[in-house]
Design a binder for this molecule. Structure first.
Ligand code: GLU
Length: 451
């Protein structure tokens, strides 16, 4: 069985990922094909049997539904929603729900698979899931968004639960959305079930530190990488893609450890294109936050009047910096723009999920850039979600410093495991992280007697 799978990959003219992506490059980007190819590349080296490979290459369960939603003008609009549970061998499925106009089932499949690896590499007793609704919150009132949240839960209420599948916030969803979802779930099930969802507002079952956790976690991992390279963070500068929740808190923690951010990019809703805002002596986070909307969109005129230079959205990647932090969406660093990265860049810390395509990844591998892969670097969010679940389920809430200390320790330990594996087996960091995660999930499936 083991040989069968390995030889299948070898029988391709150009074994594994390179060929798969050559085939894909003429087609539109497909996150699920990318997630499967990343998996295939490592699975073939792990000696997994065919059953395990077939199980892990696909989600175990997925739900597709229509959401009839009452709009403010009295009409009913039907939205499409998804929830995918990739694998729950290590514990209840876990992962966010995204609201995005470009959402697709394949993106949600990929993200649910990445959640499985993320929870495993962080050594959490959780599996992987993800959800999405095709909608654009920029064009929806808060009442309409609440109606979408409640309609979503009405469709999925029997298939999520504290011991089954636990959603969380993600792109364009927040603590408020989680609270509406929690409330709808509790209305249906008749009781209090705060462990059914994480990322809830503080005081309503949420954990202190959860809002900061993903961004802080990116920088905890970055700090460890710099420590191993014997580079003082104070001597580094960075450029960041995105200015939403992950980016803002990553910048906050990066500043705390002494780093300087010289460029941030963000999507401009009015012009329907991204821009990069540059200040060579370092951006002032508080000042920029004050001119930013809740979707992470920076007001152009106000930023310019504060002395920021505004240029095209691609410029963030071309800056002469030591660190790049892509903290926006998937598929932002590709074969087309990977070559524009400055010689000075030493580390790419992936705050977003799936920002780097395998072709770009291959180029970074060859150039010797240290890539902190998404499912390691951005695992702080789900790690803090786990801490939130523990607090919710026991109805006892910790101080912020306790949460952040635990979070830091867990991220530092996950980084150390991956770095050790990379050194021991001379692997690229992403492959080392995959090796650990896939092996842990495969073992859980085996011990349960599934494969
Ligand atoms: N949406 C976040 C992620 O992609 C957090 C998921 C969670 O907390 O369950 O990791």
């Amino acid at each position: 069985m083991i040989l069968e799978y390995a030889s299948l990959l070898k029988s391709l003219p150009d074994a594994g990922i390179v060929r798969i992506f050559a085939e894909m490059s003429n087609k539109p980007f497909n996150a699920f094909a990318m997630a499967q190819a990343q998996f295939d590349k490592v699975a073939s080296t792990l000696g997994l049997d065919r059953g395990t490979v077939d199980l892990l290459r696909y989600p175990m369960r997925e739900y597709h539904f229509c959401l009839p939603v009452r709009m403010d003008d009295g009409s009913v609009k039907v939205f499409r929603g998804f929830r995918v549970q990739h694998n729950d061998a290590r514990g209840p499925a876990k992962g966010g729900i995204r609201f995005h106009p470009e959402e697709t089932i394949d993106t949600v499949r990929a993200l649910s698979m990445w959640m499985t690896w993320k929870c495993a590499v962080a050594n959490l007793p959780l599996g992987g899931g993800k959800g999405g609704v095709i909608c654009d919150p920029h064009n929806l009132s808060m009442q309409e968004q609440e109606n979408i949240c409640r309609a979503y839960v009405r469709q999925i209420s029997r298939d999520v639960g504290p011991l089954r599948d636990v959603p969380a916030p993600d792109v364009m969803t927040s603590g408020q959305h989680m609270l509406w979802m929690l409330d709808e779930y509790e209305q249906i099930h008749g009781g209090h079930f705060p462990g059914v969802i994480t990322g809830k507002p503080v005081g309503m079952g949420g954990s202190l530190g959860r809002t900061e956790a993903t961004g802080y976690g990116v920088v905890y991992a970055l700090r460890e990488a710099l420590r191993e390279m014997k580079v003082d963070p104070k001597d580094t500068i960075a450029s960041v893609q995105g200015f939403g929740n992950v980016a803002q808190y990553a910048i906050e923690m990066y500043n705390q450890i002494g780093g300087t951010v010289v460029a941030v990019s963000c999507w401009d809703q009015q012009d329907q294109q991204p821009y990069t805002f540059i200040r060579k002596d370092g951006i002032d986070l508080t000042e920029l936050r004050n001119v930013t909307d809740r979707f992470g969109g920076i007001d152009k005129a106000q930023a310019e009047s504060l002395g920021y230079t505004r240029t095209n959205g691609k410029a963030w990647i071309e800056q002469d910096v030591d660190v790049l932090m892509p903290c926006a969406l998937e598929n932002s660093i590709t074969a087309d723009n990977a070559g524009r990265i400055s010689e000075q860049v030493k580390i790419i810390a992936e705050g977003a999920n799936g920002p780097t395509t395998p072709e770009a990844d291959q180029a970074f591998h060859e150039r010797g850039i240290l890539v902190l892969p998404d499912f390691l670097a951005n695992a702080g969010g789900v790690t803090c979600s786990y801490l939130e679940q523990v607090q919710s389920n026991t109805n006892y809430f910790w101080e912020k410093s306790e949460v952040l200390t635990k979070l830091d320790r867990m991220m530092t330990s996950a980084f150390a495991d991956v770095s050790k594996m990379a050194r021991k087996r001379k692997l690229y960091m992403r492959d080392a992280a995959y090796t650990i995660a896939i092996a842990r999930v495969a073992q859980a499936c085996k011990e349960r007697g599934w494969v």
